[in-house]
Design a protein around this ligand. Structure first.
Ligand SMILES: Cc1cc2nc3c(=O)[nH]c(=O)nc-3n(C[C@H](O)[C@H](O)[C@H](O)COP(=O)(O)OP(=O)(O)OC[C@H]3O[C@@H](n4cnc5c(N)ncnc54)[C@H](O)[C@@H]3O)c2cc1C
Length: 351
């Protein structure tokens, strides 16, 4: 076996970015990934029948304000300029999120001007009506909590746009890779100094004396000896339909508590540049159902409260005591990270 200077355990966006940096510094890097494929939770699959790119772990839109990330990622893929918009379907009507002039004027059947929004939303009746329609049920389903336990004061922390900007993210750089997400990971790892072993899970004690960068779950690394970190999970149901366009956009949220899913994704809308796919008489939708998590399920969202933060802090302290081990990424750090944040963390890490 050739000499290895560093091991990267986990081929998600954090691990692949790091592997590329290490390789470009002249180090021989072995990437080990427990799944059979690379990409982590950004992994996609091209549907063989329609050619539509399915985001296996829920819709992923690359968006960033970070210029360093934006120039790094574009060395590997070109983006299609897709700008993310999210709709919400409530009681037979469809609204543009986020909370702004479009949603408020349609919901209250009024024609407020930008300068009137702040005062309008200060009225508790108005803010409560918005909260009950668009936030209470959604939050309750997402986190598996009784709707009545959701504190209406969260509405005060939801930013209100005093304009008709319906772009979901504020980031000016956005898009989906023209060549698909999987190509990003394949190209990041396409370097003569990088070798890849899929289907291998790193455990403490593997590769003695070699520096290891690990982005799997931090509690699992220690065999849960201090307890399990809690997560929220998701289940997805995918369906191919014999129509050209199911919902006219990529994501519609369903905040109503009586609807069991939270969102429907329709993937063809992420690639408006693929004219043949857009016009063909088939589409693929995916319903997203929030789910309780138990060990063995896919972890999606950390349930971040005081006790879980304390527990993850203890695990990270344990990890810091192990020579040659660096823990990071969303599972390692036990924190929600957008793709650009995971990439930024890997770009900024001292190596
Ligand atoms: C539903 C949902 C939607 C999202 N949408 C967006 C979005 O629109 N835009 C955005 O920017 N971000 C989005 N994100 C966040 C995005 O998924 C994360 O930023 C990204 O996955 C983080 O990458 P990572 O490398 O840290 O972790 P991961 O992608 O989880 O990669 C970790 C890898 O480590 C592997 N692994 C685990 N244990 C081991 C082990 N012992 N040995 C070897 N390998 C191991 C895993 O199999 C996995 O491949 C979304 C997240 C969720 C949950």
């Amino acid at each position: 076996m050739q000499e290895i200077h560093a091991v990267v355990a986990g081929a998600g966006i954090w691990g692949c970015t790091l592997a590329r940096r290490l390789a470009e510094k002249g180090m021989k890097v072995l990437v080990v990934e427990s799944r059979p494929v690379v990409g982590g939770n950004v992994r996609c699959e091209i549907d063989p029948e329609t050619g539509i790119e399915i985001h296996l772990y829920g819709s992923h839109i690359f968006h960033t304000h970070n210029d360093k990330v934006w120039s790094f990622v574009r060395r590997f893929v070109e983006f299609n300029g897709y700008q993310h918009k999210v709709m919400a379907h409530f009681k037979g009507k469809t609204y543009f999120l986020p909370l702004g002039l479009s949603l408020i004027n349609k919901f209250f059947n009024t024609e407020l001007k930008p300068c009137e929004i702040a005062a309008f939303m200060k009225d508790e009746n108005n803010s409560k009506a918005i909260f009950d329609a668009f936030f209470r049920g959604y939050t309750s389903k997402q986190w598996g909590r009784d709707p009545e336990s959701i504190d209406p004061s969260i509405i005060r922390r939801v930013p209100v746009r005093e304009n008709y900007d319906v772009n979901y993210f504020n980031d000016y750089n956005q898009g989906i890779p023209l060549s698909g997400y999987n190509s990003l990971f394949e190209r990041l790892l396409d370097h003569p100094n990088i070798s890849l072993e899929c289907g291998r899970a790193y455990r403490i004690g593997d590769f003695p004396g070699t520096k290891v960068y690990y982005s799997g779950p931090v509690d699992k690394l220690f065999n849960y000896k201090l307890g399990e970190l809690p997560w929220r999970s998701l289940k997805f149901e995918t369906e191919t339909l014999d129509i050209s366009d199911y919902q006219g956009t990529s994501v519609i949220n369903y905040p109503d508590i009586s609807v069991p899913y939270t969102r429907i994704h329709e993937f063809k809308h992420y690639h408006p540049e693929c004219k043949d796919t857009m016009t063909m008489a088939k589409t693929i939708i995916m319903r997203e159902f929030p789910a309780a998590w138990k060990n063995g399920d896919e972890p999606y969202y950390p349930i971040s409260d005081k006790s879980s933060q304390e527990l993850s802090g203890k695990y990270l302290e344990e990890a810091a005591k192990i020579p040659n081990l660096v823990v990071g990424g969303r599972l390692g750090g036990y924190k929600y990270l957008d793709m650009d944040q995971a990439m930024a963390a890997a770009l900024e890490l001292e190596i």
